[in-house]
Design a binder for this molecule. Structure first.
Ligand code: AMP
Length: 384
């Protein structure tokens, strides 16, 4: 059993976006010091960390030095090379283990491993060339979705194929020699389970949370999800099976499609806190970021009990067009919590912040965050 890393010690995080920022805020509230490493400077995480180190993930000497300065290391950026986590692990525990990162940063590896332990995944077919794409389309039928095996997120590196005639264009659009073809799922809804498992094997899970996407980017999350109790229980048991079988220490999110017949299919995993879990900051006894701290430090996990129904709306960079949003307008929504990530440049599709509301029903909470987000844009011309 690993020793507890008590408050006062230093936690390292690779990656410096909003997930690292909210992790750092939770860690500092618990009295830890936070060091962050990423290629950028004055970052969302760096702004709230004790120490910000700028360097390349490929600079293994810099990674080794960083690892020696902390008592445990985690990550918020998934595409850290395996060599980086291996170099760090020589000096300090890396949690979750780099092997889990390696699995989840590649859609084919991830889906094969999940299917290998008997878990339900979206039907898929490996594609390395155009002929394999044609074979895959014959096997899975159309419509189907072609995705790059690695480096895809928020719908980037994806093409929907509605007929065999569209296959060539889709294959060329991806510019890759390793892809995955998935059956297109006519889902009734999308849900996610954020789970945490500690060095001691403690396990907790939230939700499930119900998610709607816009242009492939998460738009609104609602908790609890509008699914049957049995579906909710099964989703949590699947998350537990993954965490236990892979010996995950930290936070892991499982995203699911709920098929029309109520069957669950795993879409993808993230071995870290997830956008759909942001509402846990305001709506649950212990948020996903505090669980990440507790889990990697070997502390008992906190309660994941929900205090009230809740909803979250993402604030994308598009809202900054043509002018900076009207912050006073949103602050007039006294039941809505505003979270901003300190990013300087608002690009379309870039996650700049989010809004959370609690209410007596999920629908009311959703109405609150949607109206508050609309108020941000008052007087502006909408870009979509
Ligand atoms: P991903 O990056 O794989 O999570 O995809 C982003 C979003 O695209 C998902 O949340 C779904 O809304 C949609 N999507 C991805 N794959 C599929 C699929 N096989 N069937 C239906 N919709 C999909």
């Amino acid at each position: 059993m690993s020793a507890v890393i008590p408050p006062g010690k230093s936690l390292g995080v690779l990656g410096s976006g909003q997930l690292g920022r909210m992790f750092a805020i939770a860690a500092r509230r618990l009295g830890y010091r936070v060091h962050v490493f990423s290629p950028e400077w004055d970052t969302p995480t760096g702004q709230v960390a004790d120490v910000e180190v700028q360097g390349s993930y490929d600079d293994l000497a810099a990674i080794a030095k960083f690892a020696q300065s902390v008592d445990v290391l985690t990550f918020e950026f998934e595409n850290v090379p395996s060599a980086t986590t291996e170099a760090a692990a020589k000096w300090t525990p890396v949690r979750p283990d780099g092997a889990i990162l390696h699995l989840t940063q590649h859609r084919l590896r991830e889906k094969s491993a999940l299917a290998g332990i008997g878990l339900p995944v979206t039907p898929f077919y490996p594609v390395h060339n155009f002929n394999e794409l044609l074979s895959g389309l014959q096997k899975l039928g159309t419509p189907a979705v072609l995705k790059t095996a690695s480096w895809g997120y928020d719908g980037k590196g994806q093409a929907r194929i509605d007929s065999i005639d569209a296959a060539q264009t889709a294959w060329e659009s991806l510019h890759t020699d390793e892809a995955i073809l998935e059956a297109f799922i006519d889902f009734s809804c999308e849900i996610s389970v954020v789970a945490a498992r500690s060095t001691q094997g403690d396990f907790v899970a939230y939700g499930p949370v119900e998610n709607s996407h816009r242009r492939h980017i998460l738009d609104i999350s609602r908790c609890p999800a509008n699914v049957d109790e049995s579906v909710a229980r099964e989703a949590i048991e699947i998350a537990r099976a993954i965490c236990e079988q892979w010996n995950v220490v930290g936070v892991l999110c499982v995203e699911f499609f709920v098929a029309q017949d109520g069957k669950l299919l795993i879409n993808e995993l993230a071995p870290r806190p997830h956008n759909s879990g942001h509402l846990t900051i305001d709506a649950h006894v212990t948020c996903q970021f505090e669980q990440q701290v507790r889990a990697i430090c070997g502390l008992p996990l906190g309660s994941s009990r929900q205090l009230q129904p809740a909803a979250m709306a993402n604030l994308l960079g598009d809202l900054w067009q043509p002018a900076v949003p009207d912050w006073e307008a949103v602050c007039r929504y006294r039941e809505v919590k505003l979270h901003l990530y300190g990013k300087q440049e608002a690009r379309p599709g870039r996650k700049m912040g989010h809004l959370t509301a609690r209410a007596s029903t999920v629908q009311e909470a959703e109405q609150l965050v949607v109206s508050a987000r609309q108020a941000l844009q008052q007087g502006q011309s909408s870009s979509d």
